[in-house]
Design a protein around this ligand. Sequence first.
Ligand code: THU
Length: 161
Amino acid sequence: MKESKFEFEYEVYNDISELSEADAWLLTEARTVTENAYAPYSNFFVGAVAILENGEVVAGTNQENASYPVGICAERVLLGTIATIHPKIPVKSIAISYSSEVVKSDHPISPCGMCRQALLEYETRTEKPIRLILSGQEGQVYIIKTASFLLPFAFTSSELI
Ligand code: THU
């Protein structure tokens, strides 16, 4: 028997003022675009904004539905949009933020399990890591080098061929 462990490093900033100008800009876009989320059921408005390798910027927000499981997270709206508008262009970074009338938006959230799987697939198909910038409307910011860090023991296409 051998013990094994998985760990990863990520950056923690006290607030947006400690970020580079480019990262601060992207995070501000994510904070702002939460206004376009459609979340009348959860009142949890998520914004995800990507900057691609060619400098293009694409945004996504969560879109809910009266039939709850039909709703889709901001991250997957974003990835589908990027793949449709700019297929084959890798994603450099994605900033993710949220706002709510119910809870305080003062700490980072990280993508749900389904979105982690979708992010990993996107990294695989473009053969480039996606950097994540996570923060609420205020407070700490986490930067994670690659979305794959969030999904250890992932099931990937390599199992199918
Ligand atoms: N949601 C996202 O859009 N992204 C996440 O990373 C977590 C959750 C959405 C789904 C649902 O519309 C609402 O937030 C509450 O779960």
